[in-house]
Design a protein around this ligand. Sequence first.
Ligand code: ATP
Ligand code: MG
Length: 440
Amino acid sequence: MNEKKQFRAIKGTRDITPPDSALWNWFERTARDTFESFNFREIRLPIFEETSLFARSVGGETDIVSKEMYTFADRSSSATPEGAPADPGDLISLRPEATASTMRAYIEHGMHALPGNVKLYYIGPMFRRERPQKGRYRQFYQIGAEVLGSSDAPAIDAEVIEMLMLFFQRVGLTRTTLYINSIGDKNCRPAYVELLRAELQKVKEQLGADSQRRIDTNPLRVLDSKVPHEQEIIAKLPRIADHLCDACKENYAGLKRELALRGITYEENWRLVRGLDYYTRTTFEVIAEGLGSQNAVCGGGRYDGLVELLGGQPTKGIGFAIGSDRSILSIQESGNLPQLPGLDVFVAWMGMDTYPTAVKIARSLRDAGFDVELPAEEMKFKKLLNLADRLGARYALIIGSDEVASGTFTLKRLSDADQKKLNEANLLETLRSERRGTRA
Ligand code: ATP
Ligand code: MG
């Protein structure tokens, strides 16, 4: 068999190629700039961790841990004798989310000793073995932020949400809805969950198989059901807002006050529960238009107690994770795309005698910060200009024997064929002032 195999990206993964990669870079750069202006700093984390870290924090009963993780036995780190079968070491998993890793790092590096609240953000791929569809991939990308410390002041929650919504505004993701809820804490939620379970038992026969199973495993998740015939039943279930303890009630009222102070509009959604076990009190989600049913672009909430659960000191925490794939898809579908700088100058040199000048000026332009394409081989004038055009260059810099003899260049603007003869200093000045004009 000599057929050549055509390799393709694995199902649920994809390549992000130019020009989309420029959009992605801009999206991530805007996140960095926005988050750093709130004094968040980046943490770079490993892509795999011990499986038990996720089981413990995300929760063994969640879909993420029970069905969706890529888990494998690492080979033992101690040398295996030759010929002996590899000793399966500990189980490790590709990270399905990064809050667990952030907590692990926070504890491992004793970050509780740092002054003030510890404000971290991360950017990178996550892995979940879900059914691939529009806006749902097996390797997808998140941008997340976390605040850790001793305080659970509602102003922290509100500032995190303010930062998130400011970022969405800056990337032109404006047709969004922010939902908030409070899901109580360890003092009031257990009683509510029992109440919910008891009420669900009464209507069990009317529910679908998934919801029936969740009555036992995780009754809160039933509230999240999208099954049409269950909606009427769910609408009549007891609401957590009516069962919050005084401290949670006060915290939730404080959050709403703090959001109002920042001019942030939101909708309360009593059915907003998050799929991860570690959330307490504030939970929130942002949905965007144009995405069909995969419309959540960010999920977040408070997770007081998570650090302690992982063996650290009692610590309060709150964070969110933005889904980059869906956010970018939504921006693309809205047509609200930024003007990203592209190729500035195509150096159209003609004749080997002009080549040294072309190499030199290409370097000067690159040093001055322009994106420059320098053809590697001699080409005919027509072909040069045709290529410059197809590459989307803003200018062709024409260098022929005449130009070399007179120490000038011909700068041709490709949008309107306007043409100027300039020396090097004037050339740089012209390009600079033009850039100021278009990028101001
Ligand atoms: P969903 O209900 O859409 O499955 P989720 O509750 O699993 O979302 P989180 O775990 O909170 O989502 O992750 C935060 C964000 O990451 C989501 O709002 C979404 O934008 C994105 N996300 C989650 N899973 C995927 C995926 N498989 N592919 C692409 N984006 C994803
Ligand atoms: Mg999910």
